[in-house]
Design a protein around this ligand. Structure first.
Ligand code: 5GP
Ligand code: MN
Length: 336
């Protein structure tokens, strides 16, 4: 990471700053934005965090989450706040279409822009671009950004807790996408006073009973296993949404259970959200699900974790997904 003088000045002198992350914010989106907020607070910035849509309830335990503005809910307030900003920080996304109408709105506003992100193939959306697809998480990058600029002492337990959250969620509790830096950062954060067990509890042990029952329903009634393609999928219909009273974040992580089958290389979770069908793909090994999402569903993400939206019906989307499998058979069946 390089830090030109103009960037240092933007960070170290109080600005009217907004930090933005992507639709359906996950632990890395929330952790990185709140870490950045608590860091910039220490330099006297006037900071707002804006997300296009709501975040899962468990992250309400993170300090500062109560001030987050949601474009879908507080549109007018967001517009009002954004119009006053001169510094825009984009975290955990790299193309304005990932923030929908919020992107259309802030595209034309004057001001400096910083992007910190670890997804593949960034658009040129900022004056200062930090793009590292090999990073485990945007939170890892935010940690290295703060250290790199020379402000390691500003990583207090609050900033640290937020960073630790994204490290844990984007690596599935240090199971994938890790690297030596991740473990060093995690150790450093614990030394700085982050309660790692409390963060893990917030993420993994704060489910509602109905979510466990929903998971049971998915595994017993909605899972399809296609051994000939080493693929497993789960789909959920609008009716399932009603019966299980599924709310934001309730389906987070379900796709990962499919990967726990030893033979499975490709896992898909395809579900009917109110206006679109959402796909979440995960893979083990060489199969690039980012490529599948981009080529066939106009989505994106990472090699082993990607997502997309479809305007077809649920049934048509599931069929389309299955019809693609023969073209990936070779890599799916490859010994590794
Ligand atoms: P998830 O399946 O958990 O929603 O997302 C997995 C990864 O793919 C995340 O890094 C997320 O940011 C990315 N992703 C999810 N949906 C989309 C999408 O529609 N477009 C793009 N470009 N990336 C997505
Ligand atoms: Mn991320």
């Amino acid at each position: 990471m390089e830090f030109p003088a103009a960037l240092k000045q933007l960070i170290h002198q109080p600005q009217n700053t907004v930090i933005v992350s992507h639709r359906n914010p996950d632990g890395d989106a929330i952790g990185s934005t709140l870490a950045m907020r608590h860091y910039l607070d220490q330099f006297g910035h006037t900071v707002h965090v804006v997300f296009p849509s709501e975040f899962p309830e468990e992250f309400e335990a993170l300090p500062g989450s109560e001030d987050i503005l949601i474009w879908d809910i507080h549109t007018e307030e967001c517009k009002h706040v954004l119009a006053k900003k001169n510094l825009f920080i984009f975290l955990d996304f790299n193309a304005l279409n990932r923030i929908d109408k919020l992107g259309d709105y802030l595209k034309n506003l004057p001001g400096q822009r910083i992007m910190i992100d670890h997804h593949l193939y960034p658009d040129q959306i900022a004056d200062f671009m930090f793009s590292e697809p090999e990073a485990s998480s945007t939170c890892e990058m935010v940690y290295r950004f703060i250290q790199g600029i020379g402000d390691g002492q500003k990583i207090n337990p609050t900033v640290g807790k937020c960073i630790f959250t994204g490290l844990v969620t984007d690596t599935g509790s240090f199971r994938h996408a890790t690297n030596a830096a991740v473990y060093r950062i995690a150790a450093d954060l614990v030394e700085r006073g982050v309660d790692d067990t409390a963060v893990q509890d917030m993420i993994f042990n704060s489910q509602k009973e109905k979510n466990l029952r929903l998971l049971g329903h998915c595994l017993v009634n909605r899972m399809e296993y296609l051994p000939e393609y080493r693929t497993a999928l789960i789909w959920l219909s609008k009716k399932d949404y009603e019966i299980f009273n599924i709310q934001r974040g309730d389906t987070e992580g379900i796709v990962n259970y499919l990967l726990s089958i030893r033979e499975v290389r490709l896992a898909a979770f395809i579900h009917n959200q109110p206006t679109v069908v959402k796909l979440s793909l995960r893979s083990k090994g060489d199969l690039d699900v980012q490529d599948i999402c981009k080529k066939h569903f106009n989505g994106g993400g990472h090699k082993n974790a990607a997502g997309a939206y479809s305007h077809d019906s649920l049934k048509a989307t599931v069929e389309k997904f299955k019809s693609l499998l023969p073209q990936y058979k070779e890599v799916l069946l490859k010994k590794q």
